[in-house]
Write a protein that binds this ligand. Structure first.
Ligand SMILES: Nc1ncnc2c1ncn2[C@@H]1O[C@H](COP(=O)(O)OP(=O)(O)OP(=O)(O)O)[C@@H](O)[C@H]1O
Ligand SMILES: [Mg+2]
Length: 369
């Protein structure tokens, strides 16, 4: 599966830009701030119906514009499809496949599987658990529709239970039967999400070890440990017996919404003890392991979006990546860099790979918008 064409209108700093793409490697080059990462974000938008960077569509709207569109032509085993995402200020965004509107985005997620590797990924190690869960959830949701609906159901009941707990604190009479209904739902859906996360993390572990070893050249054992309240306790019993804790806190204090991933090197938290280079290798290895997982589950090669990879990787790590690209272990790839010559040099020996270069330049609008 790959994108054949991509067109952005009023998306972030791009008034109008169109790409006729290679099914293999696409290099986007240009000065700092010219909009290279924004193009990758537009592709991410098509995959996940939202920006990687902002949860609100409004932020992706070009300053002063009232709408933006992202158009793409996708080629896959099932043929060629036209994809169009339209956002108009103040209105619900629309996604059209061959001009037919997608009713539920949850049904669509996973149609364009992709993994994006960014310089900021290293922050994943320092950030709160939310960021690590978001990454895991986005990948699982891309290949497991039931997981996404279970997670959405869990979040819905979590909100309702939290609201009920706040209402109790504000004087609404205690309603044990309603609380028990929410407890039951959280237990059911939480358990499903927990089992899936556990299984996925077990599945990716061997590839993750190998990628870490390859990328870092180190001998340390890199591990991801799944931390969950559900590892420790029977959630249903806790929700019913310990409800007073939650009543006092006015929110649900335990559950899969608190899950985290612990990143370890030789048993020590990489967050506290890892060097910059080890941390960098760790997150890239994790993303590549997720890429492998997505590929195995979907039976197609996901898109790989590599932002600023030349700035952030040293020569050894980069060579390993280029070798894998050369062996066609990835499907369509997008790479951004400030120096076109640097990318051209890196791909000079790969005559069997079709590499297209796009120099992104400032666009001067000539038409009234
Ligand atoms: N909603 C928006 N409307 C207009 N411009 C925007 C909007 N959001 C971001 N920008 C502009 O996009 C530019 C940044 O684009 P981007 O991050 O894609 O650059 P880049 O080419 O990746 O740069 P670098 O090489 O530094 O990573 C900035 O000039 C920023 O002001
Ligand atoms: Mg950038």
């Amino acid at each position: 599966m790959h994108l054949r064409r991509l067109k952005l209108q009023n998306f972030k700093n791009h008034c109008f830009v169109e790409f006729d793409l290679s099914a293999q490697v696409n290099c986007l080059t240009g000065l700092n701030g010219i909009g290279k990462t924004n193009v990758l974000d537009a592709i991410y938008y098509l995959g996940f119906t939202k920006s990687y960077f902002n949860s609100q569509d409004q932020f992706s709207l070009q300053h002063g514009a009232s709408w933006f569109t992202i158009d793409a032509e996708i080629e896959s085993q099932s043929g060629t499809n036209q994809l169009k995402l339209i956002y108009q200020s103040g209105q619900k965004k629309q996604l059209l496949i061959d001009q037919n509107e997608v009713e539920r985005f949850a049904d669509y997620i996973g149609t364009l599987p992709l993994i994006m590797i960014l310089p900021g990924d290293i922050l994943l190690i320092q950030e709160t658990a939310d960021a690590r869960r978001k990454l895991l959830d986005s990948v699982i949701a891309s290949c497991n529709k039931k997981y996404l609906t279970d997670l959405m159901a869990y979040n819905k009941y979590l909100d309702q239970r939290n609201k009920l707990l706040r209402d109790f604190a504000n004087g609404t009479p205690y309603d044990e039967s309603l609380l028990n209904i929410y407890n039951q739902r959280l237990h059911e859906y939480g358990h499903l999400v927990f089992e899936t996360r556990k299984l996925v993390l077990q599945t990716i572990q061997p590839n993750f070890h190998n990628h870490y070893k390859d990328i870092s050249g180190g001998k340390e054992l890199a591990e991801i440990v799944y931390v969950s309240d559900l590892n420790e306790m029977d959630m249903q019993a806790w929700l019913t017996q310990q409800a007073f804790t939650d009543k006092q806190a006015q929110r649900t204090t335990k559950g899969i919404h608190k899950d985290d991933l612990l990143f370890l090197l030789d048993g020590f938290a990489i967050k506290k003890y890892g060097s910059q280079g080890q941390q960098k290798s760790f997150v890239i290895a994790l993303k590549l392991a997720l890429y492998d997982y997505l590929q195995a589950q979907k039976g197609v090669q996901p898109l790989l979006l590599l932002d600023d990879i030349f700035e952030k990787l040293d020569a050894q790590r980069l060579n390993l990546l280029i070798q894998r690209i050369s062996k066609q272990e990835f499907g369509q790839i997008f790479i951004t860099d400030t120096h076109q010559q640097r990318i051209a040099d890196a791909f000079a020996d790969l005559a069997h790979i079709e590499v297209k270069y796009f120099e992104i330049a400032a666009f001067k609008p000539t038409l009234d918008r």
